[in-house]
Design a protein around this ligand. Structure first.
Ligand code: GSH
Length: 215
């Protein structure tokens, strides 16, 4: 199985897909391509028409898109355990994952994932609204699962919200105490530490993802 990802410093969609392999210790060959380079597009053109990462190739199966990869791995290799067991919780976890996948545009545009940077910036009302929604989601789930992930055990919903924990760190955002506890759980997880260690070995700069002023 091969997982194509982008620069670990910047590629938030790659992180989401990569996490399920790391959390469940599933073997995969990770092929890292530098975003927006000629090699990135020529390599991907051989396997996918979408020219985006993450991309998973599992023998005859090709899966593009982070959430589709998470779903595929969960169904094929994890017997469904990367979603909560109870159907009500599963429905909520799916809704929260879809909400991230199809929303939070201001937040994603204004606060690009940039693991190694520490920056400050002025947020628009749109980004502040997005952050308030994230705070509400995380706080609500932490009140239900005080020591845990969003649904107690690690789930696909945690993969979908993981890059936000990094953005909050990079841009020095302060959320409520409950939400910050979740952010710290994400940051301190073995999987995230492993991603950050690999990201720290990179030194390429993707200009469009360099936002804000150094602190
Ligand atoms: N909806 C897609 C988004 C994938 C995506 O936008 N990936 C970015 C990197 S984080 C990319 O490959 N960009 C290259 C390009 O747009 O040329 C997913 O969930 O996987």
């Amino acid at each position: 199985m091969q997982l194509y990802i982008g620069n670990q410093n910047y590629s938030s969609w790659s992180l989401r897909a990569w996490l399920i392999f790391e959390q469940h210790k599933l073997a995969v060959d990770v092929i890292k391509l530098k975003l927006f380079t000629a090699e990135f597009y020529t390599t991907l053109a051989r396997v996918t028409p979408t020219a985006k990462v993450p991309l998973l190739v599992d023998d005859e199966v090709t899966v593009w898109d982070s959430l589709a990869i998470l779903e595929y791995i969960n169904e094929r290799y994890l017997a469904g355990k990367a979603w909560p067991g109870a159907f009500e919780q599963r429905a909520k976890a799916r809704a929260l994952s879809a909400e991230m996948h199809s929303g939070f545009f201001s937040l994603r545009n204004e606060l690009p994932m940039n693991c190694r940077a520490r920056r400050t910036l002025q947020l628009t009302e749109g980004a502040l609204n997005d952050l308030a929604r994230v705070d509400a989601i995380w706080s609500e789930q932490m009140a239900l699962n005080p020591d845990g992930w969003l649904f107690g055990e690690w789930s696909i919903a945690d993969a979908m919200y993981a890059p936000l924990a990094l953005r909050i760190e990079t841009y020095g955002i302060q959320l409520s105490e409950q939400a910050m506890r979740y952010q710290q759980k994400q940051l301190n997880s073995q999987a995230m530490q492993s991603w950050l260690a690999q990201a720290s070995l990179e030194n390429d700069i993707v200009e469009e993802d360099e936002a804000g002023e150094p602190v």
